[in-house]
Design a protein around this ligand. Sequence first.
Ligand SMILES: O=c1ccn([C@@H]2O[C@H](COP(=O)(O)OP(=O)(O)O[C@H]3OC[C@@H](O)[C@H](O)[C@H]3O)[C@@H](O)[C@H]2O)c(=O)[nH]1
Ligand SMILES: [O-]c1cc(O)cc2[o+]c(-c3ccc(O)cc3)c(O[C@@H]3O[C@H](CO)[C@@H](O)[C@H](O)[C@H]3O)cc12
Length: 458
Amino acid sequence: MAKANSSDFHVLMFSWFAIGHMTPFLHLANKLAEKGHRITFVLPRKAVSQLEHLNLYPDFISFHPVTVPSVTGLPPGAETASDIPIFLSHFLSIAMDRTRDQVENVISSVKPNLVLYDTAHWIPEIAKPLGIKTVCYNVVCAAAIAIVLVPARNATRERPITAAELAVPPPGYPSSSVVLRSHEGQSLLFVTNPFGEGLTFYERITKAMKNCDAISMRTCHEIEAKLCDYIGSQYEKPVLLTGPVLPEESKSVLDERWGRWLAGFEPGSVVYCAFGSQFIFEKPQFQELLLGFELTGLPFFVALKPPLEAATIEEALPEGFEERVKGRGVVWGGWVQQPLVLAHPSVGCFVSHCGFGSMWESLMSDCQIVLFPQLGDQILNTRLMADELKVAVEVKREENGWLSKENLREAIKSVMDKDSEVGKLAKENHKKWRDTINPEFTNDYIDKFIQRMHELVE
Ligand SMILES: O=c1ccn([C@@H]2O[C@H](COP(=O)(O)OP(=O)(O)O[C@H]3OC[C@@H](O)[C@H](O)[C@H]3O)[C@@H](O)[C@H]2O)c(=O)[nH]1
Ligand SMILES: [O-]c1cc(O)cc2[o+]c(-c3ccc(O)cc3)c(O[C@@H]3O[C@H](CO)[C@@H](O)[C@H](O)[C@H]3O)cc12
């Protein structure tokens, strides 16, 4: 490929069919577009309308929809991970692989300078013969890759990884604090389960990283330097960091009904809770969580999917809950504009699963942060936030993983009570990090990333 300036540099993006992946890819597309690059963003048809409002540069970023084929095991109409329970992700990855011909056609006709992708391990097989460079862009923390998705683990289908193995980091892993506690290895056992035809999750992601020209990550040296270096040495590849990549502006305003409701409370008093685009609670845990919010006595705004055993939020609420919290608590089963909710002056606390997207959004907000991680990578994000940066509090679990309403209340109180030492410390540390990750800092990361991306294609 010929040398290209920003104005004629064309990037094609193709990420895992999940809102938690496509959203950070699109944030990066916006930053590249801001500096004159053109982007073709290939994504499931249905996701176009879900993400359109985040496209800040429609003249530079074109969405190219692909048709997600029907696959046995995948519910009809499912196109992204939000449409399915997590245990069906394997079928979605089969569907993703079956879009290969469509993706190949777009790549051949667009002839981008570079393809940025994740999960679709076959992208380099298409791009390389056309002389197009590829970058595998990871939107989970570096720790989540380094702890299991590296050649040093040498996991195979025939010899699935065990919880005991996962309790010990791989040889050379450079952190003693961002690790899994003994029972937490369980949450990563899925990596040697099938994830696409003839492949495990481990094989798929390690292949995606082995075949690319460079690995990229949505993180920064200031938080994960050693882990990024470890990944670079494991794969023997250059590692390009993009930094946190969050939009500074938004095209939308907060829905009037939430804006009006939140405005009825004191500044910094409302507790907001959300668990990302995929996670679904079981009903008993869902109800206990709500009872925990009730116990705090604080106003709260909970945005969660209805639990597994219920079709609607209303039918899943604890007995008498609605009357008891009337006027100070809302439980909403649909999508909310999370970044705008976090930016609302009345919101003072964010209770989350610590998905990587929510992690960065919480770090950039003014809110106190309470974490209750559910899946493997979220546990490591929580270690970063609560143990390394000390900006958040993790809710204590019972031995069996259960979150009690009392423990949730304690965690929230510990950051929201004016006189709490824990709360003061978290607030101070949080402020330091928010000040560090300022627009100049994030812009420098993007400039460096762009420079290295251009060097790669020269
Ligand atoms: O109601 C909602 C829920 C979520 N969101 C947005 O959806 C995104 C969710 O992404 P998260 O990474 O936090 O969480 P998800 O669980 O959806 O993502 C998943 O895939 C990406 C990984 O990095 C995460 O760690 C993993 O949990 C965030 O940007 C959040 O602001 C909303 O805007 N409204
Ligand atoms: O839970 C996870 C623990 C871990 O150590 C690593 C990952 O990595 C990824 C990942 C996915 C795709 C990539 O290209 C790179 C990394 C994880 O992603 C989540 O996997 C789920 C699989 O069931 C999927 O449903 C979800 O949408 C992905 O965000 C998780 C871990």
